[in-house]
Each structure stands twice: as C-alpha cells, then as structure tokens.
Write a protein that binds this ligand. Structure first.
Ligand code: TYM
Length: 353
C-alpha cells in the first residue's frame, strides 16, 4: 500500500489562497513560503492617464496590481482612450501616458511578470466595443452612475462618456479576465462588463468569461482633503508621488469636523500608512489635538511616499526603456486580443471561410 506522506516528509503542500488560486507552499524553506502558482488566473485592470495618480488610485487599485503580480497572469494598461473622454490636449496626453508608465514601474510592477501596455495601441479594444454597442440598449447605459452624475450636473456629455462602460467591458472581456482589481467606484462598470458578456454568450454562444471585481473593503473609497471620494477631477487629491511640501500643505488643508474629538477622515487616511494598533495609540495620546494628529499623519505619509519617489527617479532617467517596455507589452497583449477577436468575428458571422 502506498504510504501517505506528511507535509513534513513531502516538504510542501497545496493550498487555495484568497484569490482561489492553487499554490504550492514550502513551509520549511526559511521564513518565507515559496509560492508557485499553478494555472495563474488572468487579471486585467487599467488607470486613466488623466493626471497624476493619487493615493486613492494607489490603495484602491495600484497596490493590488503589485501584490498580485506573482500569482496572476496580469494585464495592466494605460487607459488613454478612456482619458480622451475628458483630456483633449495633445502634449498633456503624451506626457501623461509616459508618466503613468513610470508611475506603474515605480510602484513595483515588474514588466517581466506583468504585461504592461497602452490601450490605444490595440485597436481590438475599440473594435470589440463597437460590437458590444450593437448589443447594448440606450436605456441600459443611461442607468450608469457616471452618466447620471454628469447629467445631474448639467455637463455637456460626449458620446465617449456615455459609452465609457462598454469600452471598459471590451478592455476586460477581450483578455478573458477573471479578476479585475478596482476601487468601489468601478463596481458598476464591472457589472456592466458581466452583463455584456452574458448578453453576447446568450446571443452567439459561449465566448466570454464573466469577470469578478476585486474590491478591498478597507480601501474601497479613499477620501480626499474635503472628505469626499478622492478624485483627480474634484481637486481634493493627494498625489502618490507628492513632494514633502505638497504633503504638508495638503494634509494641513484636510477639512475636519470640529464637533468631534476624533477627526475620522484624518484617521482613515492614517490607517492606510500605519497599522491599526499604532494609529489607535496616536489617537488616544493626542485626542482632540487636530494639528498634532495631522502632523503625525504627515510624518508617516512622507516616510511611505519618499521611497516611491526615489524609485520613480530611476525610471525617469530612461524614458526610452520605458517606451520599450510598453511596446513589448503591446505586442504580447495584441497577440491575445487578436486570437479572441478572430473567435468573436467567427461567432457573429462576419468572418468568411
Ligand atoms: P481611474 O483612473 O479613474 O481610476 C483608477 C483606479 O483607481 C480607483 N480609484 C479609487 N480607489 C479608492 N478610492 C478612491 N478615491 C479612488 N479613486 C479611484 C478606481 O476605482 C480605479 O480602479 N475606468 C477605470 C479605468 C479603466 C479600467 C478598465 C479599470 C478603463 N478600463 C478596465 C479596470 C478594467 C478608472 O476608473 O480609472
């Protein structure tokens, strides 16, 4: 009879991690477990190059991209065509695209592990969006929060803003993404991507995978200096690569509720940079002393951001290499997207044999 070996004898064991990926752990090999990921799940996400990324983008999304790169087959892109819905300035657009690529690399994305690319270089995204447009009704898209907000504010809405969720569905479904790490504000967009996949599958047969959003509870909506959701467009954001002076000025400008002994919004930000126990201690030691609490936050924020800024400097020096990384990423993404589009075209009947 075959003897069942214990973990100790075998030296390893299998486990499913939080992301439902099967991993191999070697408990006896030093302090850390060597993780080998089998059947890596496909992960897709992107950020608009519509300005400097802020700490909301980082904690809500970018940090997950880095943390998950070892155990997922990650496709991370610069959503320049989404940015075009609001940013219509040639030099700013080109500059932001390259800066965004540098930002990704500075946070620790490894181009050897992650496919990093520019959305607009793969025309299949917009091509697939057109096909999805033909399956989507106007009233359905009119229920999207972003569209309703713009309408409520009487903004002039271009067709790109209206169709934004459908381009996003194409970004995700083109690569058979299973996991999409985002902040809470994007939840509805992932639901639209799932609905779109189902609609296509029901009409033309099983083609697309239904993606799952990955939204972390404690960072799903990082607040800005005014207590509202931090956003590039609200003028309430703290840039991820802010200088020390910017950090000091912005933290000091955080609006607090003078009625309570604890400025909850300052504390929530502090919890992003320090563990709960230490933050609780600071808040009991300095209860009611808003200025000192903000100063403590400034100190911890600077300690966190300064090394990221340092890292950024390295990549800034070699923009040529950054462009090469994007080109290589585009080539790989293009191959996968091309294969999927062939399948889609066959399914809808436009590919003649
Ligand atoms: P963008 O650039 O507006 O936001 C990028 C990511 O940052 C998250 N985020 C936040 N998370 C927590 N707190 C905040 N205050 C905060 N502000 C922003 C967003 O949820 C997002 O995850 N539409 C996307 C870009 C995109 C995309 C995609 C994402 C285009 N195609 C396909 C995933 C998959 C966006 O919001 O970009």
């Amino acid at each position: 009879m075959k003897k069942r070996l214990s973990t100790l004898e075998r030296g390893y064991y299998w486990k499913y991690n939080l992301h439902k990926t099967k991993v191999l752990l070697f408990p006896n090999m030093g302090n850390f477990a060597i993780i080998m990921s089998m059947n890596k799940k496909r992960l897709v996400s992107g950020i608009k190059p519509s300005g400097r990324p802020h700490i909301g983008n980082y904690f809500g999304a970018m940090r997950q991209f880095v943390n998950l790169q070892e155990i997922h087959d990650s496709f991370i892109f610069i959503a320049d065509y989404h940015a075009l819905t609001t940013l219509q300035n040639r030099s700013e657009m080109s500059e932001n695209i390259i800066e965004m690529a540098i930002d990704y690399l500075a946070t620790g994305l490894d181009p050897e592990k992650v496919t990093l690319y520019q959305q607009s270089t793969i025309s299949y995204h917009t091509e697939l969006a057109w096909i999805f447009n033909c399956l989507t009704t106007m009233p359905y898209l009119m229920r999207a929060h972003a569209f309703k907000d713009s309408e409520a504010k009487n903004k002039e809405i271009n067709v790109g803003v209206f169709d934004y969720p459908i381009l996003m569905a194409a970004d995700i479904l083109l690569y058979d993404a299973v996991v999409v790490p985002v902040g809470q504000d994007q939840k509805q967009h992932i639901e639209i991507a799932r609905d779109t996949a189902e609609k296509f599958n029901n009409t033309f047969g099983e083609t697309f995978v239904l993606p799952e959003p990955l939204i972390l509870e404690n960072v799903k909506t990082v607040t800005g200096t005014d207590g509202q959701k931090m956003s590039k467009s609200y003028g309430n954001h703290i840039p991820l690569f802010a200088t020390d002076d910017e950090i000091k000025k912005l933290v000091m400008s955080i609006v607090t509720d003078s009625g309570s002994s604890v400025p909850e919004n300052v504390k929530a930000l502090h919890l992003l940079f320090k563990n709960k126990k230490e933050v609780e201690k600071i808040y009991s030691d300095k209860e009611g002393k808003y200025k000192e609490l903000k100063e403590a936050l400034i100190e911890d924020m600077i300690a966190f951001i300064a090394p990221l800024r340092e890292n950024r400097l390295k990549f800034e020096k070699d923009k040529g290499e950054v462009v090469n990384i994007l080109k290589k990423g585009s080539e790989k993404a293009n191959e996968i997207a091309q294969r999927k589009m062939k399948e889609v075209k066959e399914k809808i009947g436009v590919l003649l044999s």
